[in-house]
Design a protein around this ligand. Structure first.
Ligand SMILES: Cc1cc2nc3c(=O)[nH]c(=O)nc-3n(C[C@H](O)[C@H](O)[C@H](O)COP(=O)(O)OP(=O)(O)OC[C@H]3O[C@@H](n4cnc5c(N)ncnc54)[C@H](O)[C@@H]3O)c2cc1C
Length: 308
């Protein structure tokens, strides 16, 4: 990322919310379930699968965490009704982890049981390092209780992840592998770009060696190529793995994967708690300075780009 963009990324929290909202629109389907469904219809028509995320990591109380769980129930109904190809992703904090482990468990069990009734699948997103133990602990509890329609995420940024693969191997988990977005202390995380890439490659190999289904979640072309090579070296079939990307990020790279015959799933977030998610996406956008400048110009010069 260029110096000016990195500086701007650091000052993003000072950018007014309406500006953040405008420049992050490409990453979010909208505020309502219908907005997400429209996007999923379009993705499915382009032969892409989806995973719907009900945004909610800013929730403040038990009732709000339950309403996020209920929103997933509506999503499963709508996915089934529309014959859509989409599963869901849930954030532990949106289901109440910060308010208590038991509340998180209660809400997650409700979502997983709703999913099972409709033949659907739930991926537990991985948040910052303070949540990793609880997230993996609940994953094991639920799998041991017989809930098989459930997967996890491992982050290449974290030094512990290879040990986590070994510790979870007996469950043959379905794993989304990503770099990890949360900035973690150096004691627990790699900071260097190449070290994170290197760990991603090691993790991918370890997961495949353990017979796991992997969702390769990256927009890093080098890693995409490395994963394609692994698929071909191991003779994996089309249904034995998938690529995953975020809505609004590098769509041309995704189109190319689909053209080549790989399965691709697009992470499709919606909801009224859009701020924290948008901030993370903007912090990663290498062209953030340009977007903010363009938005500012649009407001200073009404009529530019038809924005009057
Ligand atoms: C489907 C999916 C689910 C994810 N789930 C989690 C999760 O549960 N927990 C977690 O910690 N992280 C998650 N992530 C985020 C992930 O950890 C990375 O932060 C993010 O994907 C960027 O890393 P990268 O591998 O794409 O590589 P990078 O090197 O960061 O990006 C590669 C290239 O992609 C482009 N790019 C990346 N981000 C943006 C952006 N926001 N806007 C515009 N261009 C961009 C740039 O051209 C960049 O050079 C998920 C990512 C995906 C794709």
């Amino acid at each position: 990322m260029a110096l000016v963009d990195r500086a701007i990324a650091r000052f993003l929290p000072a950018v007014p919310k309406p500006v953040v909202r405008r420049i992050s629109e490409r990453y979010i389907a909208g505020e309502e379930l219908d907005d997400a469904l429209r996007v999923v219809y379009r993705l499915n028509a382009e032969e892409k699968m989806a995973t719907i995320d009900v945004l909610g990591e800013e929730i403040a109380n038990e009732e709000e965490s339950r309403s996020i769980a209920a929103a997933y129930r509506e999503a499963f109904e709508a996915i089934e009704r529309g014959g859509l190809d989409s599963n869901v992703s849930v954030k532990p904090t949106a289901l109440g982890l910060e308010l208590g482990y038991d509340l998180f468990r209660e809400n997650l069990v409700a979502v997983v049981e709703d999913a099972a009734r409709r033949g659907n699948f739930v991926r537990i997103d991985m948040e910052d390092g303070s949540t990793t133990d609880d997230t993996l602990r609940l994953y094991r509890e639920l799998r041991e209780a017989g809930h098989d329609n459930l997967g996890i995420v491992l982050q290449a940024r974290l030094k512990r992840s290879l040990d986590d693969v070994a510790a979870l191997a007996d469950l043959r988990p379905s794993v989304r592998l990503c770099k990890g977005i949360y900035l973690e202390p150096a004691e627990i995380a790699f900071r260097d770009f190449e070290a994170i890439r290197g760990n991603f490659v090691q993790l991918l190999d370890a997961l495949w060696d353990a017979g796991c289904y992997v969702g390769v979640a990256t927009h890093d072309e080098w890693l995409v190529e490395r994963a394609k090579q692994g698929v071909s070296d191991r003779g994996l079939g089309r249904d034995d793995y998938e690529f995953q990307m975020l809505l609004g990020v590098r769509p041309a790279l995704g189109d190319e994967l689909v053209r080549e015959g790989h399965r691709l799933r697009i992470y499709t977030p919606f909801g009224r708690y859009w701020y924290a998610y948008s901030m993370r996406r903007l912090q990663e956008n290498p062209k953030i300075a340009g977007y903010i400048a363009a938005d500012t110009l649009n407001r200073l010069i009404p009529g530019r780009n038809g924005s009057a």
